[in-house]
Design a protein around this ligand. Structure first.
Ligand code: HEC
Length: 93
């Protein structure tokens, strides 16, 4: 993939809303019924942001443990999954 080619074409907020809000919430805190039930972490916490690498975020989106968070590798393109990493980071402020 050529760096910088996806950012303008993918609406990352829309992607997040469509695929992630259900469990992780609009505010990224995971305080939705499903998120709380499954044990989603609070993306706004420094502790979370400091303990996770961009690679791990991407890996989670691609290959999450299916009982907790379904993997997106068959639902989203590689570019879309990559574009979601900064969305997760943005919750950290
Ligand atoms: C069905 C509910 C559900 C959906 C939908 C979901 N997640 Fe998750 N997610 C979880 C749960 C539960 C965890 C924490 C448990 C775990 O780490 O397996 C998690 C953890 C994460 C983590 C942190 C991994 C870690 O090591 O703590 C990231 C990053 C993440 N999700 C991103 C996303 C993104 C981006 C989307 C949308 C494309 C998404 N999730 C959609 C339930 C969900």
């Amino acid at each position: 993939m050529v760096p910088g080619t996806f950012a303008d074409e993918i609406d990352t907020q829309e992607l997040y809303k469509k695929h992630c809000v259900l469990c992780h919430g609009e505010d990224g805190k995971g305080k939705t019924d499903l998120g709380e039930g499954l044990g989603a972490r609070d993306f706004t916490e420094k502790k979370f942001q400091n303990s996770i690498t961009d690679e791990k975020i991407l890996k989670q989106i691609e290959n999450a443990t299916p009982e907790r968070m379904f993997p997106f590798k068959d639902k989203l393109t590689a570019e879309e999954m990559k574009a979601l990493v900064p969305v997760i980071r943005a919750f950290g402020g």
